[in-house]
Design a protein around this ligand. Structure first.
Ligand code: PMP
Length: 436
């Protein structure tokens, strides 16, 4: 560790960031320290304090920090002067990734998709999906959902729910229509009937959309899960009205909910799929957009970009796919998901005064609270060595998303810190605590 630090950077002051970096910075405000090293599910700051990571790079580190096998492959590739930048030219690294993605991910799931490399971020993939849907159908409107989050560029913002984020656009966000997500109108109301009545009625004021874009589980929007029935119904509705179905799997893909794609639990086959974050395996920037072959109507270069061939990410992405060669990893995620569910349920039961509600699936779970409890929990957890973020429009949900590779000891330790913090916050808020 000492090799990484020289005297100038050893102190934990944040002056250069406070003085020079734009006010737009955000996560460093919730986790105010200077990090220097990371491994697996742990991070260290310059003072040597260790943190358990229940945030995992917002889903970009599903395989943990500095995964040893990926690191080995990466170092070897760099040492051998492997191609680093290549626009979208053919490289061996890309060939290996494409081949493995076809053989390990697509074929066993009987999925027939062409693969597009947009720019390396989630929002790049979303933009490419929206553009393609409009091109293919010749229609303009995209239907999205309440509390959706799809990224910060204009097209993605136009299908994002959050008012604060949308206002940042500074221009009208149009050619989109927001509809109620599953559960938005109450537990007993099927929002699909509502949506269908709009599509069916030539007086509804809504023109036939080119596509519907949906997250099967809304991470940023507050860990809202769509039921299998609702998603299947949505896919049927899309088929009936010849609307393309885009699943944004940027955060929920790559195993976060258990299976490689989050929609596998439903059996639906989207027309277009957006993937980013953990597809690169090592936290390196990479995104892909999957499309049914008949939709691949792009002209060469029609959606271009300088960074669509991050070969270093191809190397680690290909290595990461080994996790998916059999069902072992999915089983592991399910077992850890169960452990998280039990711990969260126990917390909620033992502090009923906080009115917490457990939400989520697999290794994307959380507790929704009232008031600003979740933010207080996140701040206290950080002081005690746990990095855990909030989500939801009012940051009302504490969001637990550790690396999928975390071991039981790490998971139990993180959950222990979390539950202690929640109890202590409950006491601070004068809630009666009936500790188990
Ligand atoms: N879609 C979803 C579902 C996301 O969660 C995110 C990022 N949180 C994005 C798109 C945007 O990804 P990026 O920040 O890489 O642009």
């Amino acid at each position: 560790m000492t090799k990484l630090i020289n005297q100038t950077h050893a102190s934990n002051d944040l002056l250069i960031f406070d003085n020079l970096e734009s006010e737009v910075r955000s996560y460093c405000r919730s986790f105010p320290t200077k990090f220097i090293r990371s491994s697996g599910y742990q991070l260290w700051d310059v003072e040597g304090k260790v943190y358990i990571d229940f945030f995992a790079g917002a889903g970009a580190l599903n395989y943990g920090h500095n995964h040893p096998e990926m690191k080995k492959k990466l170092i070897q590739y760099l040492t051998e002067d492997g191609i680093s930048h290549s626009l979208d030219m053919a490289t061996v690294a890309k060939e290996i990734f494409l081949t493995k993605f076809r053989d390990i991910i697509l074929k066993p799931r009987e999925l027939n998709y062409k693969i597009m490399f947009p720019g390396p971020t989630g929002t790049n993939s979303v933009e490419s999906a929206l553009k393609l849907a409009r091109k293919v159908t010749g229609r303009q409107t995209i239907m999205s959902f309440t509390n959706a989050f799809h990224g910060m560029t204009l097209g993605s913002l136009s299908v994002t729910g959050n008012k604060f984020k949308r206002l940042g656009a500074g221009v009208p966000l149009n050619h989109s229509v927001s509809m109620p997500y599953d559960g938005y109108m109450g537990k007993d109301v099927n929002s699909l009937s509502f949506i269908e009545s709009f599509l069916n009625d030539s007086g509804s004021g809504i023109s036939l959309p080119a596509a519907v874009i949906v997250e099967t589980l809304q991470g940023e929007g507050g860990i809202n899960i769509a039921s299998n029935e609702w998603l299947i119904g949505l896919a049927k509705l899309c088929k009936h009205y010849e609307i393309l179905l885009i699943v944004d799997d940027v955060q929920m893909g790559c195993g976060r909910t258990g299976s490689f794609f989050s929609f596998e639990r439903t059996g639906i086959i989207p027309d277009i799929v957006c993937l980013s974050k953990s597809i690169g395996g090592y936290g390196l920037p990479m995104a892909i957009t999957l499309m049914k072959p008949e939709l691949d109507l792009w002209e060469p270069g029609e959606h271009n970009g300088t960074f669509r061939g991050n070969n270093l990410a191809f190397v680690t992405a290909a290595q990461a796919l080994d996790y998916w060669e059999n069902s072992r990893f999915t089983e592991e995620i399910e077992a850890k998901g169960e452990m998280i569910r039990n711990a969260l349920s126990e917390i909620v039961i033992s502090v009923p005064e906080l009115n917490g509600e457990v939400r989520g699936l697999g290794m994307m779970q959380g507790i929704a609270f009232e008031n600003n409890i979740a933010q207080k929990i996140s701040a206290l957890a950080f002081k005690r060595g746990l990095i855990v973020e909030t989500s939801g429009t009012d940051s009302e949900v504490i969001k637990i998303m550790p690396p999928l590779t975390i071991d039981h000891i790490g998971l139990a330790a993180g959950l222990r810190i979390l539950s202690d913090c929640i109890y202590d916050i409950a006491v601070e808020n004068n809630a009666l605590v009936s500790k188990l």
